[in-house]
Write a protein that binds this ligand. Structure first.
Ligand SMILES: Cc1cc2nc3c(=O)[nH]c(=O)nc-3n(C[C@H](O)[C@H](O)[C@H](O)COP(=O)(O)OP(=O)(O)OC[C@H]3O[C@@H](n4cnc5c(N)ncnc54)[C@H](O)[C@@H]3O)c2cc1C
Length: 411
């Protein structure tokens, strides 16, 4: 008898960790559009050069053994009735399907946002931003007056969630370091625009205190209650809601960390969803209409998880263990399990020198938190082999940022 075909769509936290746990069970295929996994919580450290690409974006060929087939391709449609998935270059049939396709940047219909802002979700997004920062710095002669320098080296970040705060402090520290190295007059300007009334809205007070302090120390300018109206090729226009005024800000780059939405592919799936288009799943991770289809990670609403876990790697990572064990149970006719998921703690990188960590309800910050974050994330990387290699590299070779040197001097 042929082995059951288990097809996993999406090689992120949900899909990759499910595939790793299912290695050796049936005929497992993982489909993803990139050739590498991405440990997104450290994309900020990749921007600053504190970590290297191979640390946080290992290739699937290094993580999976020959018992899992990896197909690099784009999923274009899913036919739940025919048990078939169409890829851009192929089509695949399955007996059990695991959907873990994650989210995409949500520009919320803001004019010009998709065209003129830089997204920050992938390795090449971080490369593009770093290049833009270097190019902007390279245009500044050392004798330019401080007010002109500040105007030319203004960067805007849209959204003051965890991502916007981590990114803006990192950018500000990197730019400030570049100012010293290049002996430029004045200082750079990093502006964060947030429509809510506070930074990191989904997080508790203990960690917010550290975030606010870090934003201040990195001299990031935060505008809350401020709504972006449109983005142009040289900046953005926003409304100060509390003042009822509208302003234009010229910027060398605008980075969009303003939200996530579901892959358009899910719109076409005729299954139960919530108002945000997320798949409603059973506590076993199965779709209620199709018991051979599991969904997890950012695309699904898990009924029994701490609310702060929605849309996090922590949740997708924990669900992957349950998905794998329930796929095995389904195939062997055993009872499927359910699980309650709790928050494992929070760790944010705040500039190049410090971080903030929340664990067991207690928050701590500074350089020690930065070390703790590296240690914690070493243990969360996929596979023992990769963890050991990366841990050794961070321990012996260090995690010093890579300065924004002029283009010709970059290594
Ligand atoms: C910059 C950044 C920092 C973050 N930091 C944190 C953090 O510190 N802590 C935390 O808990 N969470 C963090 N998150 C959120 C976290 O990354 C997500 O919640 C998590 O990745 C969700 O896992 P997932 O498996 O659902 O989706 P993903 O990890 O997004 O995986 C989806 C995969 O599917 C692939 N894919 C998508 N569409 C297709 C298609 N049509 N065809 C083929 N392949 C496709 C994608 O390329 C990707 O590999 C961060 C996210 C970002 C962008």
């Amino acid at each position: 008898m042929s082995e059951p075909r288990i097809l996993i769509l999406g090689g992120g936290f949900g899909g990759l960790f499910t595939a790793l746990e299912l290695t050796g069970t049936g005929d497992v295929t993982l489909v993803s559009d990139d050739d590498h996994f991405l440990f997104t919580p450290m994309l900020y450290e990749y921007l600053s050069g504190e970590v290297e690409e191979w640390h946080i974006a290992p290739k699937y060929s290094e993580l999976l053994d020959e018992r899992v087939r990896f197909v690099q391709d784009e999923v274009v449609s899913i036919d739940l009735e025919a048990h078939a998935v169409s890829l851009a270059n192929d089509s695949l049939k399955y007996d059990v399907l695991v959907i873990a396709l994650g989210g995409i940047t949500n520009y919320a219909g803001i004019e010009g946002a998709g065209q003129f802002t830089l997204p920050f979700r992938k390795i090449n997004h971080a490369d593009n931003l770093r290049k833009r920062m270097v190019e902007a710095l390279d245009q500044i002669p050392p004798d330019m007056p401080p007010q002109d320098v500040r105007r030319k080296l203004t960067f805007a970040v849209v959204g003051a969630g965890a991502s916007g705060c981590e990114l803006s402090t990192k950018m500000a520290d990197l730019l400030r370091d570049a100012f010293k190295r290049r002996a430029l007059h004045g200082e750079p300007r990093v502006v964060v625009v947030e429509m809510g009334d506070k930074v990191v809205p989904g997080m508790g007070e203990p960690i917010r205190e550290f975030v606010e302090k870090a934003l201040g120390e990195s001299r990031v300018e935060v505008h809350t209650l401020t709504r972006v109206v449109s983005v142009t090729n040289d900046g953005l226009i926003f409304d100060f809601e509390h003042q009822g005024t509208r302003e234009q800000l010229k910027a060398a780059a605008v980075v969009w960390t303003g939200g996530v939405k579901m892959s358009p592919l899910l719109d076409r799936l005729d299954v139960e969803k919530n108002q945000r288009g997320l798949l409603i799943i059973k506590p076993t991770l199965q779709l209620s209409s199709h018991e051979n289809v599991f969904a997890l990670g950012d695309i699904a609403v898990y009924p029994d998880a701490a609310p702060t876990l929605a849309g996090t790697a922590q949740l997708a990572f924990q669900e992957a263990g349950l998905a794998a064990s329930n796929v095995k149970a389904l195939l062997s006719g055993k009872e499927l399990r359910t699980k309650h998921f709790e928050e494992l703690g929070e760790a944010m990188s705040l500039g190049t020198e410090r971080a903030a960590v929340l664990t067991a309800g207690k928050a701590f910050g500074g350089a020690l938190a930065r070390q703790a974050r590296f240690a914690l994330y070493t243990s969360r990387l996929p596979t023992w082999h990769h963890r050991l290699r990366v841990g050794a590299s961070w321990f012996f070779e260090g995690t010093t940022p890579r300065p924004l040197l002029p283009l010709g001097m970059q290594r």
